[in-house]
Design a protein around this ligand. Structure first.
Ligand code: ADP
Ligand code: ADP
Length: 227
């Protein structure tokens, strides 16, 4: 089943002489459950692509269709709700809220929609992430690997159909990087969620099912490495 489809996506930042074409007519689709790595040199448009996929920033041209919804046809309020329910975002620098505890950070997406926390589901996620003894800690009391595990919990709590991660291991040492990727892969297989990861790290790209290389805002290569 096709969960994500992008059609003729272009993004131009700025206007006139200052205009930068960050994405240039990119189209591809992703199947439910697929683990896709997006690689490419710095400035090639990877983060721009991820922002477009994540409903964070509107494309200049083209469509992003997630689970049959053309997401940029939604108004800002509906898009914000769609994003919280269907898309889990993971960032290089975690983007946790410093004054909220681990538990509060993880359950924030539910609370923003006035949904009750399913304590059984929370426990399963927290146990899998090995954070059960950290629920009342603040982010600055955690190591980098632990903070990234909290952000994985926050991304998973709404059972989104897609997890998008922008250099999730970019700030971690190799041991913590391996652990984070192992966790992302485990949830990807266990929950049959789609996982899209931007990475500079070839060892991570080689663990994906498919590797898309971006150069100058275009797809330079799209290889299935694990059918
Ligand atoms: P990558 O993630 O591959 O490093 P980006 O998507 O961040 O690449 O950037 C692609 C291009 O778009 C670069 O030339 C970058 O300078 C430019 N760019 C990114 N964001 C903006 C912005 N907000 N305003 C202007 N130019 C931008
Ligand atoms: P790492 O081994 O990943 O570099 P740290 O040395 O930062 O991690 O931390 C080691 C352990 O100490 C971790 O379990 C972390 O949660 C805990 N820790 C670090 N800083 C604090 C703090 N300010 N308060 C409570 N626990 C902390």
């Amino acid at each position: 089943m096709e969960i994500l489809k992008i059609e003729h996506l272009s993004k131009i930042y700025g206007k006139g002489e200052m205009a930068v074409k960050a994405l240039d007519n990119v189209s591809f689709s992703v199947q439910k459950g697929e683990f896709v790595a997006i690689i490419g040199p710095s400035g090639s448009g990877k983060s721009t692509l991820l922002h477009m996929l994540g409903g964070v920033d509107r494309p200049t041209y083209g469509k992003v269709i997630i689970d049959n919804t053309d997401i940029y046809s939604l108004d800002e309020t509906a898009l914000a709700v769609f994003r919280r329910r269907q898309i889990g975002l993971i960032y290089q620098f975690y983007n946790l809220i410093p004054v909220l505890t681990v538990e509060e950070n993880i359950t924030l997406p539910l609370l923003l929609d006035q949904h009750k926390v399913d304590m059984k589901q929370l426990k399963e996620i927290v146990d899998a992430l090995k954070l059960s003894d950290r629920l009342n800690h603040l982010p600055n009391q955690l190591s980098g690997g632990q903070q990234q595990r909290v952000s994985i919990g926050r991304a998973l709590i709404n059972n989104p159909s897609i997890i998008l991660a922008d250099e999730p291991t970019g700030n971690l040492d190799s041991k913590n990087s391996s652990e984070i990727i192992a966790l992302l892969k485990m949830f990807n297989k266990m929950l049959n969620q789609t996982l899209i990861v931007i990475t500079h790290d070839e060892r991570i790209a080689l663990q994906a099912d498919r590797v898309i290389s971006i150069e100058d805002g275009r797809i330079a290569k799209d290889e299935v490495i694990r059918p």
